[in-house]
Design a protein around this ligand. Structure first.
Ligand code: ADP
Ligand code: MG
Length: 217
């Protein structure tokens, strides 16, 4: 058993892609198990520097699991997953907003801005809060925010450091139509300058942006 596990660990890896010649993510035969449960099997794809991979599938098909692998929050149990950008150049939007509830929107973004050493932090924070319609609520604590406002704030956080790779898990979740239109605009404007991996169970809205698709089952 120990031998099998060791061999397993050797086969599976997630590493920085060295010579990426335009490829930001390369996945080959990626598998992810939790105990006896195999969530992903034989997943393979490439994402180019200006690519937009749309990941679809029903609830429980492994979309979130795959995005967590791409963002470096978990490692595959078999196969190869090479991701070029370092962790600090990836923007990750999770199911949960990943913001501190007891801090205001500005305080939250300021904290992340310091962590990621964002240049012209205050200007960028102001610009994003304005773009996502949160400027007037910028000094309110996140725990007073509605679900849709939290999703807008989480998007600001994911975009703050101008990432090379954006990994977005159900980005439209919780947004009202106005918020969804703001996100449409943001994705459309960024798609030439950044790579995307976006998971959704409702692909119709962003189908046109996708340069490749992966349907999980
Ligand atoms: N940490 C975990 N431990 C055990 N099972 C997990 C874990 N994370 C996800 N799973 C299981 O993996 C499957 C896929 O989940 P998920 O990736 O969240 O799917 P999706 O995002 O497509 O709804 C589910 O059956 C879920 O229960
Ligand atoms: Mg999910």
């Amino acid at each position: 058993m120990v031998g099998r596990l060791a061999a397993h660990a050797l086969r599976a890896r997630r590493r920085r892609l060295r010579d990426y010649s335009g490829i930001v993510i390369r996945a080959r035969g990626v598998e992810k198990r939790y105990g006896d449960k195999r969530v992903l099997r034989g997943v393979g794809f490439d994402v180019s520097r200006d690519g937009f991979l749309l990941v679809t599938g029903s609830n429980g098909s492994g979309k979130t699991t795959l995005l967590r692998l791409c963002a470096g929050l978990a490692i595959p149990t078999a196969g190869e997953l090479d991701v070029a950008p370092e962790r600090g150049r990836i923007g990750y939007l999770a199911h949960e907003p990943l913001v501190y509830r007891e801090l205001t929107a500005v305080e939250n973004l300021d904290l992340y801005g310091r962590l990621y050493r964002v240049a012209e932090r205050r200007e960028r924070i102001g610009m994003l809060l304005e773009r996502f319609g949160l400027w007037d609520a910028r000094h309110e604590r996140a725990d007073s925010y509605s679900r849709g406002m939290l999703q807008r704030l989480a998007l600001c956080r994911a975009l703050l450091h101008d990432p090379e790779l954006l990994v977005l898990d159900e980005p439209y979740s919780g947004l009202d139509e106005e918020g969804a239109v703001l996100l449409d605009r943001e994705l459309d404007e960024r798609r030439a300058s950044c790579a995307f991996v976006v998971a959704t169970h409702d692909p119709a809205r962003i189908d046109l942006l996708a340069t490749s698709k992966l349907a999980l089952s």
